[in-house]
Design a protein around this ligand. Structure first.
Ligand SMILES: NC(=O)c1ccc[n+]([C@@H]2O[C@H](COP(=O)([O-])OP(=O)(O)OC[C@H]3O[C@@H](n4cnc5c(N)ncnc54)[C@H](O)[C@@H]3O)[C@@H](O)[C@H]2O)c1
Length: 334
């Protein structure tokens, strides 16, 4: 028998690819989004399929969430499992600094969506947290920072940016509490730097670099980028990790899972790689501006995820950048 997935933020980068993989496996998705940071275009290929229903709803609108609840209630008995995945969030660096705008959706919205899942006796709830919670200690030389490591947070004395991370951290406690109280099964996920070939949001580093190289042949970066290194995970891989966790009874213990790669690259070399794929040799970088409380490295251990699921990433950065460049039509051969 097939499962029913209810996905918030379904037209976002994670939501739309999750829906695609779920529908491909023969399951059904009820998804909604308020288009705060996305558009219906991302799920155009799914619209019209019986297994995919889209609603233009806002997670913070009580009446719309009640309508969603009624819809799920009327359909859930036709399915083996009812699975809630909360992808809706006020995310991206420009919003990280605005505690009022992130709190309502990321914390209260997550909690209300969890309460709905529990009230409908859903089997599983997946909470999307973030690797931003690692804040100033987001790497180590011992295979990367692990879920159980203590966290050293930048705080309001340093940067309002941390308000996004602390809100997400709070959601991990709601998730754990619900599982400990035996109300539902589930877990939280700390994603690190997910990207997608369809992404057009220029605040994310990969589209930012590609768009600037395409339009100007050079790229502007913050001073931080002279030293910063990051890992980047393709959204097809981040979504297959979410689904692998859903299938692992052992993983749904209310705890937290890092979802990332260990393929680390400096931002300077990332620009070179993007340039190479576009046929630009060693493109010019202009460094200006500085971001406080930005860790130089973010390297996550995924041992816990790999121990409890059969997940492994399939798309390395080389392939992933090639996919992005091809999609943008700015490659060597375009
Ligand atoms: N992409 C990353 O690198 C990354 C890293 C860490 C954590 N995350 C987390 O993963 C989850 C998914 O992120 P994403 O990359 O897909 O982001 P995204 O911005 O692409 O998707 C989020 C979606 O939520 C929608 N949304 C926002 N407010 C809403 C509301 N009130 N009601 C309904 N929909 C609403 C947006 O329109 C958007 O489509 C988020 O919780 C995010 O915090 C992502």
């Amino acid at each position: 028998m097939m499962n029913l997935y209810v996905i918030s933020g379904v037209t976002g980068m994670t939501g739309n690819e999750l829906a695609r993989q779920i529908v491909k496996d023969g399951h059904t998705v009820l998804g909604f989004d308020n288009f705060f940071a996305s558009s219906i275009q991302t799920v155009e290929d799914l619209l019209g399929k019986e297994a995919f229903c889209f609603y233009e709803y806002d997670l913070n609108c009580q009446e719309q969430m009640e309508r969603l609840r009624e819809e799920v209630l009327s359909r859930k008995d036709d399915f083996q499992q009812l699975i809630y995945i909360n992808c809706a969030a006020v995310v991206h660096t420009e919003h990280f600094y605005h505690v009022n705008s992130t709190f309502e959706t990321n914390v209260l919205g997550m909690k209300k969506f969890l309460d709905q899942a529990i009230s409908l006796k859903a089997d599983i709830y997946i909470n999307c947290s973030t690797s931003e919670v690692y804040s100033m200690n987001s790497w180590n030389e011992d295979g990367g920072v692990a879920e159980e490591d203590f966290i050293v947070l930048a705080n309001a004395e340093h940067s309002q940016r941390t308000s996004y991370a602390t809100g997400k951290l709070m959601t991990e406690f709601f998730m754990k509490d619900a599982v400990l109280e035996k109300k539902i099964k589930g877990c939280s996920i700390r994603f690190a730097n997910v990207y997608s070939k369809n992404e057009r949001y220029p605040k994310h580093i990969i589209p930012h670099i590609l768009i600037q190289l395409k339009e100007k042949g050079k790229v502007e970066l913050l001073e931080n980028s002279k030293v910063n290194c990051r890992t980047f995970l393709h959204n097809e891989d981040s979504c297959s990790a979410v689904l692998a966790l859903c299938k692992s009874e052992e993983a749904l213990d209310g705890s937290v899972y890092n979802v990332a790669t260990d393929e680390e690259i400096s931002i300077v070399n990332l620009v070179k790689l993007c340039g190479e794929k576009m046929g630009l040799d060693n493109p010019e970088i202009i460094f200006q501006g500085y971001r406080a409380s930005d860790p130089e490295r973010r390297l996550l251990s995924t041992k816990k995820l790999r121990d409890r699921t059969d997940w492994a990433p399939k798309i390395d950065l080389n392939q992933g950048i090639e996919m992005c460049v091809k999609e943008m039509g700015c490659g060597r051969h375009d």
